[in-house]
Design a binder for this molecule. Structure first.
Ligand SMILES: [Zn+2]
Length: 124
């Protein structure tokens, strides 16, 4: 199967090792892509494990799982990606179908590297 994150690699060669916990994403963009893949597979444990700080406020695993199971993820476009030392931003557009309607989510996500590992911490 092709990786849901639209990298044009297979899932095995792309996000799988991150979701399986065998490797950690080397860049904020790789983490962002793997979180998109996790949403598309409704793997909310991975989503919860890769976020901190502001991003965790109001996050509810059950709600996130229910939502992820109701949407059909279509496509991910990474528009911009900047990394500077332990802070990064990744701007993306994610397309999904919810209640039969195509929706577009655009976000400039902020990431922080803590002890060598990238986390999603909120939006810019
Ligand atoms: Zn991927």
């Amino acid at each position: 199967m092709m990786c849901p994150c639209c990298s044009s690699k297979t899932y095995d060669a792309c996000c799988k090792s991150y979701l399986d916990g065998k490797q950690i994403p080397p860049t904020a963009e790789a983490l962002m892509r793997s979180r998109y893949t996790a949403y598309s597979l409704a793997n909310i444990n991975y989503i919860a494990d890769t976020m901190k700080e502001q991003a965790l406020e109001g996050f509810d695993s059950k709600d996130a799982k229910a939502w992820a199971e109701q949407v059909q993820w279509q496509k991910l476009d990474v528009l911009n990606s900047h990394e500077q030392e332990d802070r990064a931003t990744v701007e993306f557009r994610a397309y999904y179908v919810y209640n039969g309607k195509l929706q577009v989510m655009q976000e400039n996500s902020v990431f922080r590297r803590i002890l060598g590992r990238w986390y999603y911490i909120g939006t810019a």
